[in-house]
Write a protein that binds this ligand. Structure first.
Ligand code: ATP
Ligand code: MG
Length: 247
């Protein structure tokens, strides 16, 4: 089922507490740079490496930062602009892309400081939606970062002429090929996992599809198995077994 998700800045407490992973830190640095400069950035990467977690943490840390999550339902221009308008609190009684774009521009220009718009799952956006975002970035002094699966980078690289206006404006980019061992260690530390073999098993698990998502789920099951005892390798291996995985 297609869902539309818009995250309000500074809304409810983070569902997933942010751990200071090395990859997360690099993404936060890129967000900060793009907002302060202000510049246009692109983060692409494999599933589960922590892109959305870092984006959510960034927007919740200060006002004037907005996160919109694209989806198949919001890929076309009008629904995409509607989501952005909703996220930043822009209003118009008129309908249509032109009125929405104007309302968004006015609302962002009224921000006391250079605002930041992060569009997660940006690979879902249509060509027109991406182009409109590029024009919004040109019009308003603001930071903007597109966060997406690798397929967006392939789409841009696959047609350099079509995308040269966008790519020539990109001044910060990060491709996250997979989680770093240090990322897994940071999550282990957050969950109080000191056992070396448990950490080694979880580092191995992070190489599999799902990356840190898999690691976190394994830790959740291992914690239940461990009860009040510290998590050790046997708990992680049993957790993997329970999930039908072998590491
Ligand atoms: N910095 C972090 N702190 C805590 N947990 C994290 C962190 N990064 C990733 N995780 C864990 O990994 C899971 C997957 O992360 P996230 O959803 O951010 O990945 P993603 O790169 O956006 O993946 P996808 O491409 O599938 O959307 C999170 O739900 C969380 O459990
Ligand atoms: Mg994500």
């Amino acid at each position: 089922m297609v869902t539309i998700r818009t995250i309000e800045p500074n809304a409810a407490p983070e569902k997933i507490p942010f751990c200071e992973t090395e990859t997360g830190r690099r993404m936060l640095n890129l967000f900060t740079y793009c907002q302060d400069a202000p510049e246009l950035g692109l983060i692409t990467g494999k599933p589960g490496v922590g892109k959305s977690t870092a984006a959510r943490h960034y927007v919740r840390s200060a006002p004037g930062r907005y996160l919109v999550t694209a989806s198949p339902a919001t890929s076309a221009l009008v629904p995409c602009l509607q989501r952005i308008a909703e996220a930043i609190g822009a209003h118009t009684k008129l309908s249509g892309a032109g009125a929405l774009a104007a309302a968004i521009t006015t609302a962002l220009e009224a921000e006391p400081q250079s605002p930041m718009l992060i569009v997660d799952e940006a690979h879902h956006l249509s060509d027109d939606s991406i182009e409109e975002l590029r024009i919004l970035f040109d019009t308003v002094p603001m930071g903007m970062v597109l966060v997406a699966g690798r397929q967006l980078r392939d789409r841009l690289d696959g047609n350099p002429k079509q995308w040269s206006q966008l790519t020539s404006r990109l001044s910060a980019g990060l491709e996250v090929d997979g989680p770093l061992p240090a990322d897994v260690d940071a999550i282990c530390s957050h969950h109080g996992i000191d056992d070396r073999d448990a950490r080694t098993t979880l580092r191995r698990a992070a190489h599999h599809p799902g990356a840190l998502r898999t690691v976190t789920k394994l830790i959740g099951v291992a914690a239940k198995l461990a009860g009040t005892a510290p998590i050790v390798a046997a708990h992680v291996k049993d957790a993997a077994h329970a999930r039908g995985l072998t590491y």
